[in-house]
Design a protein around this ligand. Sequence first.
Ligand SMILES: CC(C)(COP(=O)(O)OP(=O)(O)OC[C@H]1O[C@@H](n2cnc3c(N)ncnc32)[C@H](O)[C@@H]1OP(=O)(O)O)[C@@H](O)C(=O)NCCC(=O)NCCS
Length: 134
Amino acid sequence: MQILTKSTQEIKEHDLVLKLMPMPSDSNINGHVFGGWTMSQIDIAGSILAAKIADGKVATIAVNYIQFKTPILVGDLISLYASIVKTGNTSITVSVEIYTQKRPFNHESVKAVEAKLTYVAIDKQGNSRPLTSI
Ligand SMILES: CC(C)(COP(=O)(O)OP(=O)(O)OC[C@H]1O[C@@H](n2cnc3c(N)ncnc32)[C@H](O)[C@@H]1OP(=O)(O)O)[C@@H](O)C(=O)NCCC(=O)NCCS
């Protein structure tokens, strides 16, 4: 079986890290998806890329910015893309964008949310550690 790998450079450019569909239990009374549910997915998506770069565990230290541009509805197909904004001694700042596709699914995707989060590489004790794998 062929295993496809991506270089760090490719990851740094952009990465589709998560694709999922919100369910009725994720919505508010307007039928829109809860902002909190969306933020949770953004945190997960950002951490996936940050953990790759850190080559280990990371903790979220800050949500620097988030903007909800268009509502996400139950049944939308949502794709979360992440890219590295910058790396520091222990920290990795990640940009996450969500694009939605409405039913019936076609090729048109709309940017629904953009966010920027900072993660810190941590060791087994939960203390910050210098980045080693960039
Ligand atoms: C993550 C943690 C171990 C870091 O502790 P620390 O090393 O003492 O933190 P520091 O203040 O030295 O900051 C570490 C890095 O984060 C950066 N940072 C700190 N606050 C920041 C902020 N508000 N925005 C952006 N970056 C920030 C620092 O600049 C530093 O970056 P650098 O090492 O690349 O220069 C600690 O803050 C912690 O455990 N926080 C709770 C994490 C958590 O529970 N998250 C939610 C669940 S994952």
